[in-house]
Write a protein that binds this ligand. Sequence first.
Ligand code: SDX
Length: 441
Amino acid sequence: MTADAQRGSTPNNATFSLTDDATGNSTELPVITGSLGPSVIDVRSLYSATGRFTYDPGFTSTGSCESKITYIDGDEGILLHRGYPISELAENSDFLEVSYLLLYGELPSEKQKREFDDTITQHTMVHEQINYLFRGFRRDSHPMAVMIGVVGALAAFYHDTTDIQDPRQRMIASHRLIAKMPTIAAMAHKYAIGQPFVYPRNDLSYSENFLHMLFAVPCQDYEINPIQAKAMDRILILHADHEQNASTSTVRLAGSSGANPYACIAAGIATLWGPAHGGANEAVVLMLDEIGSVERIPECVARAKDKDDPFRLMGFGHRVYKNYDPRAKVLHKTCHEVLDDLGLDHEMFNIARELERIALEDEYFVERKLYPNVDFYSGIILKALGIPPHLFTVIFALARTVGWIAQWNEMIEDPHQKIGRPRQLYTGEKQRSYVPVGQRG
Ligand code: SDX
């Protein structure tokens, strides 16, 4: 089969022609052009027209949906949320304002922002029964395993808002998830270290409240450090959404069956945990710790290039970005600011910067367009804020919840939405007859 691309003169009647070498038949497929980025070949009629499937494990060339939420240009290193560049949002906005933007499509007015912040604040407490769920876990459980369990369990608590076809109920579930993730994340931390849970406070901002629930103890007042709160808020903004990544695609696929939204978010948390995805931030800090000094960097880079060694340079490379991840640029700058403002040593940061310098001069990385991604510097900042490494991906999940739920809402509202059900290339046994056990070889 050869692809003889004949694109129409205008986006409305552009087509892509495929000619089947086996039959000589040609198939015209519509080309759809969006507002930014590559056009798509609409292959929905391909199987009925040709009896053939497309084949794209890992979805390297497949658009799974239409979306208006986030746009990424991997070659130019561009990331827009509802059209606003991530660098401008990180510099000028706050996490709840970005959450409003992702959910509703526009930046809020002052009144809308005040009402949204109040709504989220009013949902930060969890049902008292949730406290008892934690007791079923070992204290040394990985907090991501705890998050999957506890967030999934929320599906058992809100029977009043399970009609996902009702926009009002969908938005209440969305607000509850955004509001309760910091509370549950902080509870997972407190449970792991044997300290009592700390209730949220309505007089604190979203990020201040999270730090307070993480670090406050009953026996003394906890003083919010505005530098730490601002750094945490910026980390959350930079992790809020990222187009159709693995965990977002999981949430969309789970949601396409009509599943409970809390259960869908739990599925997203499970996917994010993988070291190839959101688990990389924890892996980066463990890797930098293992390197230990600038002198050992060449050895680490050599291992990353060795095909016989499974070691990879964590925090480097990206399926979409073949340029510097714009989030990593902001995090590099934030890292420097936070360490300086908090008067902390830059040892790990210096190793990271030297590792980046060496890697970006190395042919192996240059040829494969492997640049630092969002996970490369985030862990250093979180470590500077006193967050233990095993909580790093939990914080990624906390931030990404708004992206997941915004994409879930968009999927439910999409009139073209159907249950996701991919096909396959079957290479197994052809039909054969059953052989009784006594007659087998
Ligand atoms: C996130 O999708 C998203 O948007 C994700 C994310 C989000 O916000 O949701 O941005 C968050 O997940 C960031 C990525 C975090 N993961 C890591 O930092 C782990 C290390 N990176 C890699 O595992 C890898 O780069 C991926 C998984 C991120 C991307 O993998 P791809 O696109 O499938 O690329 P690939 O594995 O086919 O690699 C292409 C080549 C291979 O070499 P060759 O076979 O061509 O010789 O590059 C090599 C790979 O071996 N390579 C690396 C490498 N990453 C890719 N070699 C050494 N170190 C690395 N980090």
